[in-house]
Design a protein around this ligand. Structure first.
Ligand code: HEC
Length: 142
């Protein structure tokens, strides 16, 4: 059995090693963020789009980077999935796209505001997220 002093040394060394590893991994992650998020391509329009996203509580229904509510589609890759024209139309008149059946709010956004939201979705979609969101493994119909 360990003596009291060696148990203490074991505990302290173990704690120090784990804290050290945790700090190094945290620093490594922080170092990778600018590259993975393409920080240099973030412009005024993207920032305005992000503020519109927050102000209009889009997260009350949608998720971005997996964060938010699970009522409406995940939007991290919406730019790639749907393209600019579809997103613009959706932000203009959702009922026009899905008459009488869907639940997306009709916002009163200006042309510039819609373009800012689209710029924000494009920027988010270009982040290197290590494969998130995973592509669904769909079963092919026979
Ligand atoms: C009350 C819930 C709700 C809120 C709030 C909401 N949405 Fe939606 N949104 C939906 C639903 C539900 C859909 C799926 C299509 C449908 O059913 O109308 C959708 C679809 C979309 C789509 C198309 C996604 C796709 O893959 O087809 C985009 C883009 C979008 N919303 C953007 C936004 C933005 C930007 C905001 C904030 C300004 C917002 N939404 C706020 C419910 C919401």
């Amino acid at each position: 059995m360990l003596s009291k002093s060696s148990a203490k040394a074991f505990f302290l060394t173990g704690t120090a090693v784990c804290v050290g590893a945790f700090l190094l991994l945290t620093l490594d992650t922080l170092k990778q963020i600018p590259k993975q998020t393409n920080e240099q391509t973030m412009n005024e329009s993207v920032i305005r789009g992000k503020n519109l996203w927050d102000k209009n509580n889009c997260m009350g229904c949608h998720t971005l980077l997996g964060e938010g509510a699970y009522y409406a589609p995940e939007l991290t890759k919406v730019f790639e999935r749907r393209g600019e024209g579809f997103i613009y139309a959706m932000l203009t008149d959702p009922q026009g796209i899905y008459p009488g059946q869907r639940k997306m709010v009709k916002y009163d956004l200006s042309d510039g505001e819609k373009k800012d939201l689209i710029a924000f979705f494009k920027w988010i979609g270009e982040m290197d997220l290590n494969g998130f969101p995973p592509k669904p493994d769909l079963v092919k119909p026979n």
